[in-house]
Design a protein around this ligand. Structure first.
Ligand code: FE
Length: 256
């Protein structure tokens, strides 16, 4: 359990935890941002990561004092620990307005009052959040892959947390940035072709990201993309990717 510091300047710290999932679960990255006594976690994970993540985060902040838990979308490896975060912290949970109504399904009846005013639904167009003196932008990433999907951009570190976009399956060294894009491609190609909905949304997303000054893209699984050249290589690949419904034909819908 080791934190990986991505940015540390003037009281603003960004880190990932890359090795908390062991055994059956798929490797995942939990991102944390700290700013002058305020803190946020991004895609904290499910039951598998709750204990090791709280132990790791508690080196920097008490669970009770965490301000926000941000979720890119509703998958179990992101939200299934939310009952515990609601129970043991006072954090607000931030998730697409398409999914916020589903969160109460994770919470047993005796915890009803713990839910009161705790879930912030993000409107489709996205919004800004203040974390201390930092700004976190919730950026629309719908259909990449979830119907109500957001990525989170920290304007201070210029790190973009991209959920499943750019996600890869790697055996080790998930904290080390991709150094050879072509070699790395097989680790993410199949997943993106099947899970991303269509090339149209890939292009729309890339156009939006090009309006930002991004120094690092950190996906929820696998290696980050760091530096202008590598990020540009990733964006050029992603904007021309045919995926999801682009590759579906009548034969995919025959009665088995
Ligand atoms: Fe997912």
């Amino acid at each position: 359990m080791r934190e990986n510091i991505l940015y540390n300047k003037d009281g603003h710290v960004v880190m990932t935890f890359n090795d908390l999932v062991t055994g059956e679960g798929i490797q995942s990255n939990q991102l944390a941002i700290f700013n002058h006594g305020h803190s946020a976690l991004f895609d904290p994970g499910g039951d598998l990561t709750y204990m090791p993540l709280t132990m790791s985060v508690n080196k920097f902040v008490k669970t009770k004092d965490i301000d926000f838990i941000f979720a890119t979308h509703q998958d179990p490896d992101i939200v299934s620990s939310f009952d515990k975060w609601l129970m043991y912290s006072d954090a607000k949970i931030v998730i697409s307005k398409l999914w916020h109504r589903f969160i109460p399904h994770l919470v047993p009846g005796y915890m009803k009052e713990k839910l009161e005013g705790r879930i912030i639904p993000i409107p489709d167009q996205g919004m800004d959040f203040k974390l201390g003196n930092a700004t976190i932008k919730a950026l629309p990433a719908h259909f990449l892959h979830s119907v109500g999907n957001f990525h989170f951009y920290d304007t201070t570190s210029k790190i973009l947390f991209s959920g499943d976009v750019g996600a890869s399956l790697v055996d080790n060294d998930a904290h080390l940035p991709v150094d050879d894009f072509r070699k790395h491609l097989p680790n993410m190609l199949g997943f993106h072709k099947r899970y991303m909905v269509s090339n149209k949304v890939c292009r729309l997303w890339v156009n939006m990201v090009r309006h930002l000054n991004v120094e690092m893209i950190v996906p929820q699984h696998g290696k980050p993309f760091a530096g202008h050249d590598m990020i540009e290589e990733f964006l050029r690949w992603f904007e021309q990717l045919e995926c999801g419904i682009d590759n579906l034909h009548e034969s995919h819908y025959s009665v088995p």
